[in-house]
Design a protein around this ligand. Structure first.
Ligand code: ATP
Ligand code: MG
Length: 556
């Protein structure tokens, strides 16, 4: 496995389109994003969305959203709605150009009859297994079916009766009559239609037969006037068939298919079957679980559309199979949030601190800037008082060498406020420190010593009386292995048992109590967080960790 951690952005399709526009082959380009509505979109789809909508935008063309909905057994309205929402969230619009392959079912049916009339399609009665046996292998040619040379009239009659619902599921199929000895297996009389007595999420119960994907896809491209039909490399072998349909049917246009390498991302699974399994076996809490590589998941977690688009641009578009390390995506999220996330103070695992020489009933406010490099983002007031919380990790009774946070006898700066010195601790019956006592230097208001003495460490804090209680969900990678589904292994053995840690006693600065769900924050020294869109309550927020401040994984 090769991992590209710093890929150079390139996109060979841009050059092709530039040429097509320059040569006058096309005046304007039309692309499409064609999901099958049989699951939620994932980060791999984002690559295809950014590519198709991005090229259309760059070259002043248009991009269609088309549901390739040829298999009613697996498709649902819920998926259609989520796909639309995800594409919009990524920042793309299809305007009037929303299409369904199923809207073409009547036309596709007419074209199937046309092929029959041309002697280029026939009704097959071999079973699925027999069809497979007759198909041959890569090294052996296939065998012709005994039904292959039926008269046109008989084929038409049977096909019409298939449509009328006279036969049970699987009893017959319609096949193209191409070449059972073709070196490309896709040309060995591929199936065009199958019988399925299943209602369809978009067209209801109008049909008893449904076209196969290959018979619907290219023709839908032609009907919509697509110029560049961009798909992933596994369709390269289907291209001769794609062309065969366009050449043998009276279609209104002739789109061209181009293939690119799909996105493979480490520490994730992207097959829809596996994503379904994770959801339906309760391994994650739904399609939008913040650990999922689905667009709904990363959205709920707090990834921004800007970061995802930057990621898709950075990884580029090529034809070579490559793996992208998850850290590349995470770095894009960090770069985006570092620029625009307001800063806040949050104590995730609180330890009580009492400032013994600070007056009991006093409180004072300090101005804290919302972004140290962006003064235009303004500031807010944070309240200081005698009892505070600091992070448990920021105190050590017996500090290791180089520990510059709070330790007995030494001084540390409380961010924005004062310099304090730890004078003692209170322990519970097991010997754990449950409270730390300090004295503050009243002359250090704002955090600098009046006599100019140097203080090495600065830690964050919140006032106990003013803090807002919160739950914090620390998400980590869902898998411990960079390639959990390699070589047919059971990816579930690589589930990370620590992919989420829930902290229920966090204390946040008061301003976060009513944080709006769309705002992502940098909790200073902790990482980037945003309120959970489902479980957060006013005054009792739940924050999801979007990403840590630094990449910890590559150092493990
Ligand atoms: P399946 O065919 O197994 O249902 P799929 O992921 O191919 O799954 P589609 O709904 O057919 O799902 O995908 C829609 C579009 O997204 C297709 O054009 C497909 O090529 C593209 N796509 C899917 N996965 C990736 C990926 N990992 N990287 C880039 N593009 C992808
Ligand atoms: Mg597909």
């Amino acid at each position: 496995m090769t991992t590209e951690s710093t890929p150079v952005s390139s996109n060979f399709l841009r050059a092709i389109i530039e040429d097509d526009l320059a040569s006058g082959k096309h005046e304007t380009i039309v692309t499409r994003f064609p999901p099958e509505p049989n699951g939620y979109l994932h980060i791999g789809h984002a690559k295809s969305i950014c590519l198709n909508f991005g090229l259309a935008k760059q070259f002043g063309g248009r991009c269609h959203l088309r549901f390739d909905d040829t298999n009613p057994a697996k498709e649902e309205l819920e998926y259609i709605e989520s796909i639309k929402e995800n594409v919009r969230w990524l920042g793309f619009e299809w305007g009037d150009h929303l299409y369904y392959a199923s809207d073409n079912f009547e036309q596709l049916y007419q074209w199937a009859e046309y092929l029959i009339q041309q002697g280029k399609a026939y009704v097959e009665e071999l079973s699925v297994d027999e069809i497979r046996q007759y198909r041959g292998t890569l090294t052996d040619p296939g065998k012709e079916s005994p039904f292959r040379n039926r008269p046109v009239e008989e084929n038409l009659d049977l096909f019409r009766r298939m449509r009328a619902g006279e036969f049970p599921d699987g009893a017959k199929v319609l096949r193209a009559r191409i070449d059972m000895a073709a070196p490309n297996m896709n040309l060995r009389d591929p199936v065009l239609y199958r019988i399925l007595h299943t209602p369809h999420p978009h067209v209801g119960d109008a049909w008893r037969i449904y076209p196969m994907y290959d018979f619907a896809h290219g023709q839908s491209d032609a009907i919509e006037g697509i110029t560049h039909s961009i798909c992933t490399l596994e369709f390269e072998d289907h291209k001769p068939l794609y062309e065969w349909f366009l050449d043998n049917l009276p279609v209104p246009g002739h789109p061209r298919q181009y293939e690119f390498a799909r996105l493979n991302l480490t520490y994730a699974v992207m097959s829809k079957r596996k994503l379904h399994e994770l959801v339906h076996q309760g391994i994650v809490n739904g399609w939008d679980d913040p650990r999922m590589p689905t667009l709904s998941g990363i959205r709920r977690r707090g990834y921004t559309p800007e970061a995802v688009r930057a990621f898709c641009e950075r990884i580029g578009v090529g034809r070579g199979d490559s793996w992208i390390d998850l850290s590349v995506l995470e770095e894009c999220v960090r770069e985006d949030l570092n620029e625009r996330a307001p800063r806040a103070l949050a104590v995730l695992r609180p330890l009580k601190v009492v400032i013994d020489n600070y007056p009991v009933d006093q409180a004072e406010e300090f101005e804290a800037s919302n972004h140290p490099q962006q003064p235009e983002m303004g500031s807010r007031m944070i309240t200081f008082s005698r009892e505070l919380y600091i992070e448990q990790d920021d105190f050590a009774e017996n500090p290791p060498k180089g520990f510059f946070r709070m330790t007995p006898g030494s001084e540390v700066r409380l961010r924005y406020a004062y310099i304090v010195r730890c004078t003692g601790v209170v322990k519970d019956e097991y010997g754990s420190v449950i409270e730390v006592h300090c004295e503050y230097d009243p002359a250090s208001r704002g955090g600098s010593a009046a006599d100019g003495r140097k203080i090495k460490g600065t830690i964050h804090w919140v006032s106990a009386a003013h803090a807002c209680d919160a739950e914090i969900r620390l998400f980590d990678r869902l898998f411990t292995d960079p390639n959990p589904d390699r070589g047919g292994a059971d990816y579930k053995q690589f589930l990370n048992p620590d992919s989420v840690e829930i902290l229920t006693t966090a204390k946040l600065e008061a301003s976060l109590a009513l944080a709006d769900a769309e705002t992502r924050f940098q909790f200073e020294r902790q990482g980037y967080f945003r309120p959970d869109t489902q479980d957060s309550l006013p005054g009792r927020p739940v924050f999801n960790r979007i990403v840590t401040l630094k990449d910890a994984w590559n150092k493990k």
